[in-house]
Design a protein around this ligand. Structure first.
Ligand code: PLP
Length: 404
């Protein structure tokens, strides 16, 4: 059976052109970038070139790019690093309720360290309101962290406006742009961004490598100590193959951004149009227009998300859901709940995230099999049927314990 990958927000395949340079720097050009000899100099030069490519993608300067082990580390370094370096100025941080756990759990940790955190609500489309950010700022606020684009529903936040507000108030602005980099144009200067997190594996680079952009002059304290790597910001022998691969992925992302956006947004629009037209009792999650080009997210009433995923998987289609029912947790997505969805509706959600390798044929196949799967699952649901359209009490039929 042909397999179809519609889960690019979870991870992406490494581009062959990236894999080639990664292999080269694992085998022939294996030097330690701190070594004086030619092997070391070769590695150092490769890192410098990668730094320039990542900087170019963001319209940053190369000395503002610090390599990390990925998105989670970048978010930790940004939040803890700014918090620790600026705690004499203030101890208040503003973020949103729909951040990735790399930001949310770091904020919860910082609360235990004596910081206070405001978790801003979002509207029904998953959008942070700029006026809510403005209202939350106090003279103790040192950092605002709002993600560029949400990983579940794809909503793109008013980044430039939040950045402008932060700059006016003298507050640092960090954005977790892991989902946006390589999928959407980003200009850290134009958008008033002080810190930005990115991760290689979300845009056809390797896993376990990423970068944090730190605008020149922003005060950040290192959270990992050892050698003087990354100008004392991140100790540890550089992951040269990963960094070189990240640079190559950034270069490709920059040159192919427009064609990629056009290709995947056309496929996404077809999916959204057809699903909303053909499948009743369906809700589109996320903003209708301000969303990532490759993201479609639906809630199908009277459906349990994991059953849907398993049925799609049997047809060779890999997608994901907003709930974590199968991973031992019965909590539905914190993102969908923050957007005002009930537990029941949030449980029946499906995320389809497209990549540049997806084709119209794959989308057609998906649109062919999906309505029948939904109908079959609904026919089996005790909640769906003659008199049932209103009595949605507990559609999570596979769960033995109910948290709600
Ligand atoms: C994937 C992701 C992360 C985590 O990145 P890793 O490289 O997997 O650590 C952080 N934030 C967002 C929005 C993501 O999508």
């Amino acid at each position: 059976m042909k397999r179809i990958y519609f889960d690019h927000s979870a991870t992406t395949p490494i581009d062959r052109r990236v894999a080639e340079v990664v292999l080269e720097h694992m085998t022939e050009k294996f030097g330690n970038a701190s070594s004086i000899h030619s092997f070391g100099r070769e590695a150092r030069k490769a890192i410098d070139e990668a730094r320039e490519k990542v900087a170019a993608l963001l319209n940053a300067e190369s000395n503002e790019i610090f390599f990390t082990s990925g998105g989670t580390e970048g978010d930790n370094l940004a939040l803890k690093g700014v918090a620790y370096a600026n705690r004499k100025k203030g101890t208040h941080i503003i973020t949103s309720a729909i951040e990735h756990h790399a930001v949310l759990h770091t904020c919860e940790y910082l609360e235990k360290q004596g910081f206070t955190v405001t978790y801003l609500p979002v509207d029904e489309y998953g959008m942070v309101r700029v006026e809510d950010v403005a209202k939350a700022i106090t003279d103790k606020t040192i950092l605002i962290s709002v993600m560029f684009a949400n990983n579940e529903v794809g909503t793109i936040q008013p980044i430039k406006e939040i950045g402008k507000l932060a700059r006016e108030k003298g507050v640092y602005f960090h954005t977790d742009a892991v989902q946006a980099v390589g999928n959407y144009p980003i200009d850290v200067k134009d958008m008033n961004i002080d810190l930005l997190t990115l991760a290689g594996h979300k845009f056809h680079g390797p896993k376990g490598v990423g970068a944090l952009y730190i605008r020149r002059g922003v005060r950040v304290e290192a959270i990992q100590h050892g050698g003087g790597h990354e100008r004392n910001m991140r100790a540890g022998t550089e992951n040269v193959p990963g960094i070189v691969g990240l640079g190559k992925a950034a270069e490709i992302a920059q040159s192919e951004l427009n064609s990629k956006m056009a290709h995947i947004s056309a496929l996404r629009d077809r999916i959204i149009g057809e699903v909303m037209a053909k499948i009743p009792h369906t809700k589109l999650n996320g903003h209708p227009t301000q969303r990532l080009p490759g993201n479609a997210n639906f809630s199908f009433h009277f459906i349990e998300g994991e059953s849907l995923l398993l049925n799609l998987d049997l047809k060779g289609i890999a997608a994901s859901s907003g709930s974590a029912c199968t991973s031992g947790s019965l909590d539905p997505s914190h993102v969908l709940l923050a957007m005002g969805l009930t537990h029941e509706v949030a449980h029946g959600s499906l995320r389809v995230t497209l990549g540049r390798g997806n084709t119209k044929e794959e989308v057609d196949y998906f649109l062919e099999v999906l309505p029948a799967i939904i109908q079959r699952l609904r026919d089996m649901s005790p909640l769906y049927g003659t008199s049932a359209h209103t009595k949605v009490s507990n559609p999570c039929s596979d769960c033995h314990v109910h948290a709600h």
